[in-house]
Ligand binder design. Structure first.
Ligand SMILES: [Zn+2]
Length: 211
């Protein structure tokens, strides 16, 4: 089963994707992970990606897509894969569809995890991280002490409410057209309520996939 996971920052789809992948016995593939692996292994596309990064450029979409296609065509993904954070824009959705068609593999489902903005803002701005040991915490205030090492807890700039609102706006602007594109191109879309405990949301994810 090849599944694309879509969801706003803070929706927890990284964790849910990992659990679902473990249950299905397939890898969870995130763009950053396959990119780092290709660079580490020194594959031709990995070298092209490294050259772009060394120049301080973004890795071009076609290089990322090529690396993704190699990962999906490899033995690791023989039974399928959960793609997390791989599709953010319409060109990426088009590219993935082409790559899968070339591999002769279907995209079984696009699962959209939905969480209301105010909850995401509360979730993300409720996170702090220890300045010293980098451990992340939820529910501990900035400027209090790290329970692990006594360092000072800070809130990442990215997690300030204004920054979170901006990240959510970017997500909406990019993702709404992606959902429309899948709808127009025969994608099998499933919408899952992402409010609740990890177990509850995971059960909804499973049932949305008929598992
Ligand atoms: Zn610490």
């Amino acid at each position: 089963m090849i599944i694309v996971l879509l969801g706003p920052p803070g929706a927890g789809k990284g964790t849910q994707g990992e659990r679902l992948a473990a249950e299905l016995g397939v890898p969870k593939i995130a763009t950053g992970d396959v990119l780092r692996a290709a660079v580490r292994d020194g594959t031709p596309l990995g070298l092209a990606a490294k050259a772009a990064m060394d120049r301080g450029d973004l890795v071009p979409d076609d290089v990322i897509l090529g690396i993704m296609k190699e990962a999906l065509g490899g033995p690791m993904a023989a039974k399928g894969a959960i793609l997390d954070g791989v599709i953010r824009t319409v060109p990426q959705a088009e590219g993935l569809n082409r790559a899968l068609a070339e591999l002769g593999r279907p995209l079984d489902a696009i699962v959209v995890v939905e969480v209301p903005d105010d909850l995401l803002i509360a979730r993300l701005s409720g996170r702090t991280v220890c300045e010293k040991c980098q451990t992340p915490f939820t529910g501990l205030e900035p400027d209090t002490l790290c329970p692990k090492c006594g360092g000072t807890l800070v809130r990442r700039k990215d997690d300030e409410p204004a920054a979170v609102r901006h990240r959510l706006a970017v997500y909406q602007t990019q993702t709404a057209p992606v959902i429309d594109w899948y709808r127009a191109n025969g994608g099998s879309l499933r919408f899952v309520d992402g409010v609740g405990t990890l177990d509850v949301v995971l059960a909804r994810l499973r049932s949305s996939l008929g598992l």
